[in-house]
Design a protein around this ligand. Structure first.
Ligand code: UDP
Length: 378
């Protein structure tokens, strides 16, 4: 039997993390030839993730230019992916999540009439501008995709509510949990510059923030809250791996550089970041992936966003939405730093995002879909 040929389109750090388990599962079947197209939306961050998962892109578009507008980015990605899907025959194209690469990858698949599988489908904030442009990117993939891999039942219901037929929705769990479990089994070393900081006595708060809608005043509010928290709680320290986006870096360095108990560092490799999550007491983050991973490591997350497309973690109590208002952040963090009971309730809440088998479920559903299609066409 001829092997199926799958193309995986990705461009950012979280996409590499969340697509890797599907590539592994596809290769394990022995029935599928895989190719990876890297658009280069997060050049350095994604490169680090490719190393971590020992994957190599087959195509590298390197679309990023300094100060590029969304219009320019969209046009470069479209031309790049379009060219590759036009000169290759794929049985299915996989896109993940909510990036411009995902949206345009789906559009290019549609233009070539190749079925598109959407990994992590059905998440919605229902606020078209938040997160921007990700909420709209993710929504736009839905009518273009042929198969929808929903990480949770709620995401599946959302898609069904939008008119996607039930037989094209597969609830699979989130592949980030597969990636996390895989990574926990590797024995990569922790990066030297944070080793000592991780082992200091006291409680560590881990911070990440990078969302576009938090640039400027929201970030200043968050950083000001962090300064007050380390002052208020003398046994705490903060580890903050700063996203390379210059908007985040400039502001964080200006406000947080000089505190002896705040350690600013460049983005961590995945292994070091996981270890930092494990060693932390509490996480403050606007990251989507971190909201999904932390409950599996029993770490509470204060979500630095006004809305989230991941409400399952709010429902189980593993996450708390605190936005970017200084007073609200201080109040919520202080509560978890003083009330053992409230802390334990969050830390021990159930992880609603999957069991680590999502990659296999996605590949099985994709193969079943393709064989049902070829039967229909006989
Ligand atoms: N992460 C990492 N190093 C860091 C910060 C985050 O490896 O210094 C990982 C984190 O574990 C998560 C992913 O990167 O899996 C999240 O990426 P990001 O916050 O950029 O994107 P989002 O998940 O918000 O789309």
């Amino acid at each position: 039997m001829n092997k199926r040929k799958f193309l995986f389109v990705l461009g950012t750090r979280p996409e590499v993390i969340k697509v890797a388990p599907v590539v592994f599962a596809a290769r394990e079947t022995g029935l599928i030839e895989t190719e990876i197209l890297h658009t280069g939306q997060h050049l350095e961050l994604a490169a680090e993730m490719f190393r971590h998962f020992r994957l190599r892109p087959d195509f590298d578009l390197a679309v990023m230019q300094p100060d590029q507008t969304l219009f320019q980015l969209t046009s470069r990605i479209t031309e790049g992916i379009g060219e590759i899907v036009s000169r290759n025959d794929y049985d299915m194209i996989f896109v993940q999540g909510d990036t411009s690469s995902a949206f345009i990858g789906a559009l290019c698949g549609f233009y070539r009439k190749i079925p598109v599988g959407h990994i992590e489908a059905g998440l919605r904030t229902l606020d078209r501008y938040s997160p921007f442009p990700e909420e709209m990117n993710r929504r736009l993939v839905s009518p273009l995709a042929s198969l929808h891999f929903a990480p949770t039942q709620r995401a599946g219901n959302m898609l069904a509510g939008e008119g996607i037929p039930g037989n094209l929705i597969e609830v699979t769990g989130n592949t980030v949990i597969d990636a996390l479990f895989w990574s926990l089994q590797q024995d990569y070393p922790v990066r030297d510059d944070i080793k000592e900081f991780l082992d200091l006595p006291g409680r560590m708060l881990l911070v990440t923030t990078h969302r576009r809608e938090n640039f400027g005043e929201p970030h200043r509010q968050v950083f000001s809250a962090l300064l007050e928290l380390v002052e208020r709680f003398s046994d705490t320290r903060i580890l903050f791996p700063i996203h390379p986006n210059p908007n985040v870096r400039r502001e964080a360095a200006a406000m947080l550089n000089n505190h002896p108990r705040i350690h600013l560092t460049s983005p961590l490799d995945y292994q070091s970041f996981i270890r930092a999550m494990q060693k932390s007491y509490l996480i403050l983050s606007d990251s989507g992936g971190v909201q999904e991973e932390a409950p599996s490591l029993n770490k509470p997350v204060l979500v630095l966003r006004e809305s989230t497309e991941r409400p399952e973690g709010l429902d189980t109590g593993a996450l708390k939405l605190v936005g970017t208002d200084k007073a609200r952040i201080i109040e919520a963090a202080s509560d978890l730093l003083t009330s053992k009971a409230n802390y334990e309730a969050m830390a021990n809440a159930q992880n609603p995002y999957g069991d680590g088998q999502s990659g296999q479920k996605i590949v099985a559903a994709a193969l079943a879909y393709l064989s049902s299609q070829s039967k229909n066409h006989r």
